[in-house]
Write a protein that binds this ligand. Structure first.
Ligand SMILES: NC(=O)c1ccc[n+]([C@@H]2O[C@H](COP(=O)([O-])OP(=O)(O)OC[C@H]3O[C@@H](n4cnc5c(N)ncnc54)[C@H](OP(=O)(O)O)[C@@H]3O)[C@@H](O)[C@H]2O)c1
Length: 391
């Protein structure tokens, strides 16, 4: 039986993971759960899965839950997240927190030599090289749970980086793929959150609408599969049936396909190296009839080229971009800025970054991410620049 810590159990990744665990109670046991604010939902999960450990954000939340569940150990905040990610009784950590908040717990799990199913892409964007080196040194296994990266992981099936000619990430195009560009300024958060193919958390759904999500995924793929950024391409594929593909040096292409359902990549990580017989709706190739692929329109999706440039730059650039993006997406969701301000602000933050790193006196975290603290500082720098520009 595999013993699991689920970081972010009340989110979209968390709920999909619990669905898989529910189907295979003889193979998985939930040892630890965590959330930030969805305490009622968490209480239901504690009742059902009876974890030994639970992490919440604040002491008061823990105090209330202790009254209801006296046999469960409650821990709090970042210290608590690190504790449940490194607990000796845990074999597999599912990293499903959104944003930079998942950086330290995910990193600590890898450092402790755990197997980690990573959905939370932002930490890999911020400190990918450090993550891969740490996992290697600690003998930890990093399993890609993001659907595109899981598709590549399956298609690669342990082939070495030298056999890869190109990684091709597919993108649905998100909620605004067919909106006239002249309407973008007046797009509301509700419209941008209306994704045609996937039900996901709010931040990633906005990132899909701007295609920043695909930009973050290019950086993630670069580190996970040790592939140069220039060998990673993005194509639009409206149906979200092919989740990504690998072109090998001999001209063969391998793609992973299926209906868009996050339980598939999550179950692949949970069961790995074995496959679980999941009970889910199956793809019928005959009813599909056709699959479509289109080039990405750079005018519609400027965030993709902003992130590819940051990926090529390396050093602190991806972490700066990530921090700035988290800030502008939150501001858009709060209706403080309009949809077009997202890409405009990110462009200005990155211009400021490129100007700053050409100066003789530069904080080293903007040039190199050598430690987790460097990643946190670079992310914070990006947030601060975004705030200045937005105000
Ligand atoms: N959703 C998908 O299908 C999908 C697919 C691929 C990759 N991903 C990646 O997976 C990650 C999670 O996405 P999601 O869609 O599941 O997000 P989500 O639905 O917003 O869920 C986020 C989870 O993290 C918790 N959380 C948020 N901020 C936190 C903080 N500061 N400290 C501790 N916990 C915090 C939330 O707790 P509360 O509920 O209490 O707020 C919730 O449990 C993201 O990095 C995303 O890019 C998601």
């Amino acid at each position: 039986m595999k013993k699991l810590t689920l970081l972010g159990s009340t989110g979209s990744i968390g709920l999909n993971t619990l669905d898989v665990v529910r189907e295979f109670p003889e193979q998985f046991r939930i040892e630890a759960l965590s959330c930030r604010s969805s305490i009622e939902q968490l209480a239901e999960q504690i009742r059902e899965f009876q974890p030994r450990l639970v992490c919440v954000d604040k002491d008061e939340q823990a105090g209330e839950l202790r009254q209801i569940f006296p046999d469960t150990e409650f821990v709090c905040g970042m210290k608590g997240l690190i504790q449940i990610s490194t607990d000796q009784g845990v074999d597999l950590v599912v990293s499903g927190i959104v944003g930079a908040a998942g950086l330290k717990p995910t990193f600590s799990a890898l450092k402790a030599g755990k197997t980690v199913a990573v959905a939370n892409k932002e930490p890999l964007v911020m400190a990918g090289e450090l993550f891969m080196q740490t996992a290697f040194k600690a003998g930890a296994k990093l399993l890609p749970a993001d659907s595109e990266h899981n598709a590549i992981f399956q298609a690669l099936n342990n082939e070495p980086p030298e056999s890869i000619a190109r990684l091709i990430l597919t993108a649905s195009g998100g909620s605004l793929r067919d909106r006239p560009l002249n309407e973008f300024e007046h797009i509301t958060p509700a419209q941008a959150l209306d994704h045609p193919n996937w039900e996901m958390g709010r931040k990633i759904t906005i990132d899909s609408a701007t295609m920043m999500n695909k930009g973050l995924e290019v950086i993630e793929a670069h580190w996970l599969f040790n592939t140069p950024v220039q060998n990673i391409e993005v194509v639009m594929h409206r149906e979200s049936i092919i989740h990504s593909m690998v072109e090998f040096v001999d001209g063969s292409f391998l793609a992973q396909m299926g209906l868009p359902d996050m339980r598939v990549p999550l179950a692949h990580c949970l069961g790995w190296p074995e496959r679980l017989p999941l009970k889910i709706p199956r793809m019928d190739p005959v009813s599909l009839k056709a699959l479509h692929f289109e080039a990405i329109d750079p005018k519609r999706f400027p965030c993709l080229s902003i992130s590819i440039k940051a990926a090529m730059q390396g050093g602190g650039a991806p972490a700066v971009l990530n921090g700035a993006n988290e800030k502008v997406v939150a501001s858009f969701l709060e209706e403080d800025i309009n949809f077009l301000d997202i890409s405009k602000t990110l462009h200005s933050v990155m211009q400021q970054f490129y100007k700053t790193i050409s100066l003789p006196e530069v904080p080293s975290f903007l040039k190199y991410i050598r430690t987790i603290e460097d990643a946190v500082k670079a992310d914070q720098w990006g947030r601060e620049q975004a705030m200045k520009i937005m105000s």
